[in-house]
Design a protein around this ligand. Structure first.
Ligand SMILES: [Zn+2]
Length: 195
């Protein structure tokens, strides 16, 4: 038997009939829509239901499309060229920013600053003031990038995460927690692309 369908504007929905009592429009796991209907109900009723729900269907179709585009954009591992481009950006942005914040905090550090891909951290600071930053930090919004710079610089002379460390950090960077949240949530999506 040929699959029954309802067509409205650019939509064509397969009709799945069963001994249910009402008409329902359902989004399937693959993002397509079907219309569920009782046996025997005429197609014009189904068309009416599709018309009524048209806006809802369109909204969900658009959302779905956006999501799949986003996950495709974020999904692939970085290519060598992409990493080089990020490294170029980092080399341009980081040194000046580190200098700026070091003077705000009142610390001095060693140069050169190291920039490299890291899968488990955004930055590091050694006892003797050598700084290292994750190259994919350049994917983050500028304020988030700065929060990592400030975190590492605050470690100079305070090599732990004690209250003193955080007092120093929050005194110059009060919105640190919001930035941290971005790194944990959005940032992890970029880190994953390094593997
Ligand atoms: Zn730390």
């Amino acid at each position: 038997m040929k699959q029954e369908t309802i067509t409205y504007k650019e939509l064509t929905l397969p009709i799945i009939r069963s001994d249910r009592k009402s008409i329902g429009i359902k989004m399937e796991a693959d993002g397509s829509f079907t219309i569920r209907a009782p046996f025997g109900i005429p197609k014009e009723y189904l068309l009416e239901a599709v018309k009524q729900d048209y806006e809802w269907i369109e909204k969900h179709r658009a959302l779905r499309l956006e999501q799949s585009k986003k996950s495709a954009d974020l999904g692939d591992a970085y290519t060598e060229a992409e990493l080089q481009e990020l490294a170029r950006k980092a080399t341009e942005w980081l040194p000046g920013k580190v200098r700026e914040w070091a003077s705000v905090i009142g610390v001095s550090y060693k140069i050169p600053i190291k920039i490299q891909p890291m899968t488990s951290r955004w930055g590091s600071c050694s006892k003797d003031g050598n700084l290292k930053f994750n190259v994919i930090l350049m994917e983050a919004p500028e304020r988030v990038r700065e929060s990592v710079v400030v975190h590492e610089l605050c470690h100079i002379g305070v090599m732990n995460h004690s209250k003193d460390f955080y007092d120093r950090l929050y005194s110059v960077f009060p919105d640190y927690d919001e930035c941290r949240k971005w790194l944990k949530q959005e940032g992890m999506l970029y880190i994953r692309r390094l593997s």
